[in-house]
Design a protein around this ligand. Structure first.
Ligand code: BGC
Length: 532
């Protein structure tokens, strides 16, 4: 059993560690980064890749069979109409895919992480869109001619509408799933079919692209995604098991883990060609949504043992629950931090772990609204006493309702990296919503500084993918938050480099953070204010 590092270090330890990192992080030295290497082979230790990331639904046009299309479409047009922006044609990223490769080359990137949307390839159950497959095949070819290493994400927050068709009402457990509606990840028989289908989808991708793709990400931020889609209901299919049926939410967590294992096995079986010559045909991992959770009571930092315990449970749920399950072959069905089911067939089904870091958020034990973890979180606008005012106003991200805290990334990397010593880590996402390019530049430099500090402590981190290449559809928040290195004009779809892109280019050019760059953008002090 792994011991929780955060509990071992404790709050005071973390504060001390942050001080040490702040002192070490003085900007009078430059920092160099090595060349790109293997994502999961031991030869890749010490290597570093610079990349950017996107997800299909957030950028691509023409995804008319995705659940997000129907979820965000106005009710007057036959959609579910959730009151936020309609995804529409996103930022025309499918039509412009080949042209957009020039953005990656302009940035001098080694790697690009993107998702192939399941609904693009299988708009109707078991009917494969070969044109869609060919599109990605040419896209991958073009990336490779530019020496950009593709990483393919199999499931990034979206499914074909037939996986859980909320337009058709809700299935009961005795309803028999149909090709038009498999009834979702919580259904006793539907979920079995969904796992088979997603594994077959992954197998198709691996068969078609495996000769050129080695890096695969099965699932994106499982806990975050499942809480939003099946827990609290902000994402399709809008189920609220956190409120109505906690056991069912645990079933969904288990099923989604099983999907990871099935995808992992399907990719390993079908991608047997080592495209980059590192000795591994397929490096398969998943990405975690990491957050610097802090204990809070009545909107102030708390050292009450019950708040610290609540923070530890949430920390575990977000950072340890899935990787523990996959490394140990076990499942903790009541989230008490002790596994109670053994699944030897899951053991070791993780070659690397993706870390995605955006924010610091509060957790309180009073009130304790979340079943299983006896805690309440500060997320978005929902303030039940768990929210903290930002330490520094300039780190507040209004369009997302959270605070960016540089050292939180170091703390998360130290915790996860020491817990899973032999598992390579990579930042599969990190970014911020801003209209002011200087803020994005600051975020990039500070993220790399914190990452390098963790590397100095011996944590095996093999790269950084900035979120995101261009402005995009930010799920429930719609088109307001601007995460792009390239700003997108939502009328003309023109892409324009932000200052973030310019500075990232300078960094990739020299593979270093120079003293000047660090002085201009780095550290942990105030950030440039955003433009409204
Ligand atoms: C997700 C992205 C999202 C980003 C910014 C991550 O949670 O993987 O899809 O756009 O955060 O919120």
């Amino acid at each position: 059993m792994y011991q929780s590092n955060i509990s071992r270090i404790g709050t005071i330890g973390l504060i001390a560690l942050s001080w040490v990192t702040a002192l070490l992080g003085c900007s009078d030295t430059s920092i160099s980064f090595s060349d790109q290497g293997s994502l999961s082979h031991s030869s890749g230790e010490g290597s570093f890749r610079f990349g950017a990331a996107t997800a299909a639904v957030q950028i691509e046009d023409g995804l008319y069979h995705s659940d997000w299309h129907h979820w965000s479409k106005p009710q007057s047009e036959g959609g579910k109409g959730q009151g936020h922006d309609f995804v529409g044609e996103a930022v025309m990223g499918y039509t412009n895919a080949i042209n957009d490769i020039s953005l990656l080359t302009e940035l001098g990137l080694d790697a690009y992480r993107f998702s192939v949307d399941w609904s693009r390839i299988e708009p109707l159950r078991d009917s494969i869109n070969e044109d869609g497959m060919d599109h990605y095949s040419s896209f991958i070819d073009q990336l490779l001619t530019k020496n950009i290493t593709p990483m393919v994400t199999v499931h990034h927050f979206s499914s074909p509408i037939w996986v859980d068709n909320f337009l058709n009402g809700t299935c009961t457990d005795t309803d028999v799933p149909t090709d038009e509606n498999l009834c979702g990840w919580g259904h006793p028989t539907g979920s079995v079919a969904i796992i088979e289908e997603i594994a077959e989808f992954a197998a198709q991708l691996a068969r078609k692209f495996g000769d050129r793709v080695d890096d695969w990400c099965t699932l994106n931020e499982p806990i975050n995604y499942l809480i939003a889609s099946y827990g609290a209901g902000q994402f399709p299919p809008g189920k609220q098991y956190l409120i109505s049926d906690f056991d069912r939410l645990m079933t969904v967590y288990r099923n989604y883990l099983m999907a990871h294992v099935a995808i992992y096995n399907a990719i390993k079986a079908n991608d047997t060609i080592d495209a980059d010559g590192d000795g591994v045909a397929a490096s398969v991992g998943l990405s975690l949504n990491s957050i610097e959770w802090v204990p809070v009571f009545e909107n102030a930092a708390s050292d009450r043992p019950k708040d610290i315990r609540a923070r530890d449970r949430i920390w575990y749920l977000y950072h340890h629950f899935y990787p523990d399950s996959l490394l140990e072959g076990s499942f903790d069905s009541d989230l008490d931090m002790v596994p109670d089911e053994m699944h030897p067939e899951w053991t070791g089904k993780l070659d690397w772990l993706g870390i995605q870091y955006y924010s610091k958020n509060g957790v309180t034990a009073s009130p304790a609204m979340l079943p299983g973890v006896d805690a309440t979180l500060c997320v978005g606008e929902l303030d039940m006493g768990a929210c903290l005012p930002p330490e520094d106003e300039t780190h507040w991200i209004p369009t997302m309702g959270y605070e960016y805290h540089e050292e939180g990334l170091f703390n998360v990397l130290m915790d996860i990296g020491t817990r899973y010593e032999n598992l390579p880590l990579v930042l599969t996402e990190s970014g911020l919503a801003a209209n002011e390019g200087a803020r994005r530049a600051e975020h990039i430099v500070r993220t790399l500084e914190q990452t390098e500090l963790a590397m100095q402590e011996g944590i095996d981190i093999r790269g950084y993918y900035h979120w995101s290449l261009m402005d995009n559809f930010e799920w429930s928040e719609g088109y307001l938050p601007r995460f792009g290195l390239y700003e997108v004009d939502l009328q003309t779809y023109e892409r324009t480099a932000t200052q973030g892109a310019t500075v990232y280019r300078e960094i990739t050019n020299t593979r270093s953070l120079t003293i000047q760059t660090r002085t201009n953008y780095g550290g942990t002090g105030p950030m440039t204010p955003d433009i409204e």
